[in-house]
Ligand binder design. Structure first.
Ligand code: AMP
Length: 249
């Protein structure tokens, strides 16, 4: 069984994003970019399925600029077998990504597509669901456990106040939640080996997919700055301050 893992190049989760002065978006000049953390979890899960003899091949796919090759090399260093870059300098919305992934799924016939539940740059949480709809495949979103048994995948999902397990016929779509696994660090020998793994370069036009945007960003702004905290000497002063601020009676 083949597993496809879509991986997105995003602003590193340790970086505090700066909004451009004209409010049109986030400033990405000279900012560290990394693989989306939920996609790292998706790669880890796919590689574990291969190590356990469930999957035979793991294919990482990214839609983005030429530099997204670095993101794909990270996935290859973690254990993916080959990669596909759908290269574009345009910002591609979830529907465009889902349409491209649907075309690739039709060519590659995977048993599973494991995506992150959301990309931490746009927080859309849409691509996996749209992909399931376009392909007409079942979906298990926000997975905290994935177990394949024959043609079925059982996905345990984190829902409000507990866990829900759903059973899906494969081929299926799974999206990862934070607690699914702890991704491995790629070792130096594997980083070097990853350089020799196959990476195919395509464009959206190769798949006849229209990636033109459906949305226009009107404004991006920083969250309001919070006033600095106060140091108090003791509990009495704390209570007095809280009363002054109207938070305590
Ligand atoms: P989103 O719907 O944008 O929050 O993204 C959800 C998931 O879809 C991500 O965690 C990735 O697995 C996948 N994805 C979104 N955008 C891309 C992209 N440009 N290239 C590859 N995968 C993507």
């Amino acid at each position: 069984m083949r597993v496809i893992v879509p991986v997105k190049r995003v602003i590193d989760y340790n970086v505090k994003p700066r909004v451009k002065a004209d409010g049109t978006g986030v400033d990405l000049a000279n900012v560290k970019m990394s693989i989306n953390p939920f996609d790292e979890i998706a790669v880890e899960e796919a590689v574990r399925l291969k190590e356990n003899g469930v999957a035979t091949e793991v294919v990482a796919v990214s839609v983005g600029p030429a530099k997204a090759q670095e993101t794909l090399r990270t996935a290859l260093a973690m254990g993916a077998d080959r990669a596909i870059l759908v290269e574009t300098d345009e910002e591609v919305e979830p529907l465009g990504v889902a349409k491209l992934m649907a075309k690739i799924a039709t060519e590659e016939a995977p048993g599973l597509i494991i995506l992150g539940k959301q990309a931490i740059d746009d927080d859309s949480n849409q691509t996996g669901q749209m992909l399931a709809a376009l392909l007409g495949w079942p979906q298990g979103t926000f997975a905290s456990k994935v177990e394949v048994s024959g043609d079925i995948v059982n996905v345990t999902r984190e829902v409000d106040g507990g866990l829900e397990t759903v059973s899906l016929n494969m081929p299926a779509i799974v999206t990862t939640d934070l607690r699914l696994n702890e991704p491995r660090y790629a070792s130096l020998p594997n980083i070097i080996k990853a350089k020799a793994k196959p990476l195919a370069r395509k464009t959206p036009a190769d798949f006849s997919v229209d990636i033109s945007p459906r949305l226009r960003t009107i404004k991006v702004s920083e969250p309001p700055s919070r006033p600095a905290g106060l140091k108090v000497a003791d509990v009495d002063e704390l209570v007095t301050k809280l009363k002054e601020m109207g938070v305590a009676a």
